[in-house]
Design a protein around this ligand. Structure first.
Ligand SMILES: C[S@@+](CC[C@H](N)C(=O)[O-])C[C@H]1O[C@@H](n2cnc3c(N)ncnc32)[C@H](O)[C@@H]1O
Length: 215
């Protein structure tokens, strides 16, 4: 397996405990990467698609860790019959992640989430239900990704944190993400013409973030 990219490395870095559930494992980079770097002892690799799951199975064979990767086809946590210490749920939309979290009978103590869209909806759902350990951005392959790390507790997101999170820990990638988003919104609508509603709220969050970070 090649060295994981910055996003995958950041996800693996947040894993704690002995058992990982990689929900939506697809290529298997998180599942196999976490084992290869000694972060965990066992992984439940779950995917709703048999073809995607097969990619993880093949990678785990090629890398010699197949005895520690339990490949399960199914929806979210449903096929797992033990409690993992950490779950990574990455590379799908925030609304899909909400539906996986809300359907789970039991959740791991630590959740590492990386929504590829609809981060706003995900934060609205998790606010007040979990402790927010970290909420930060990474840039990889010319794109920005948001990573939300949760544990047991009940932290609230404040208004102005739902689209782009808490920048915790603070990263240069977060600065680049919000300044790039400001440029896109201003280019698309012109400084004064962004319509009211969700887009306006997003723009206000971006502007406040830029002001705070002196961008
Ligand atoms: C784009 S891939 C992401 C792979 C990897 N997690 C990553 O972040 O690079 C999304 C994967 O999630 C799977 N998936 C989508 N919804 C799912 C669900 N409800 N339960 C399990 N897997 C799901 C898809 O089949 C697909 O293989």
């Amino acid at each position: 397996m090649n060295k994981p990219d910055k996003r995958i490395s950041a996800l693996i870095e947040e894993v704690r405990g002995d058992i990982l559930a990689d929900i939506g494992c697809d290529h298997g980079y998180c599942a196999v990467g976490a084992l290869l770097c000694g972060k965990v002892k066992r992984v439940y690799a779950v995917d709703i698609s048999a073809d995607s799951l097969e990619k993880t199975r093949v990678l785990s064979e090629q890398t010699g860790v197949s005895d520690r990767v339990i490949c399960l086809k199914g929806d979210g946590f449903a096929p797992i019959d033990a409690r993992a210490d950490t779950a990574i749920i990455a590379g799908m939309g925030g609304i899909e992640i909400v539906s996986i979290l809300s359907a789970a009978k039991e959740l791991p103590a630590r959740l590492v989430l990386c929504p590829h869209q609809n981060a706003y909806e995900l934060r609205k759902y998790v606010s007040g239900k979990f402790r927010v350990e970290k909420d930060f951005a990474v840039a990889s392959g010319g794109k920005f990704y948001q990573i939300i790390v949760l544990s047991e507790g009940a932290d609230e997101y404040a208004e102005g944190e739902f689209f782009f999170g808490k920048n915790m820990p603070s990263t240069e990638d977060y600065k680049d993400m919000i300044s790039a988003r400001r440029a896109v919104l201003e280019e698309r609508f012109g400084r004064m013409q962004i319509p009211s509603g969700k887009l306006r709220a997003e723009y206000e969050e971006v502007k406040a973030g830029c002001l705070k970070l002196k961008i």
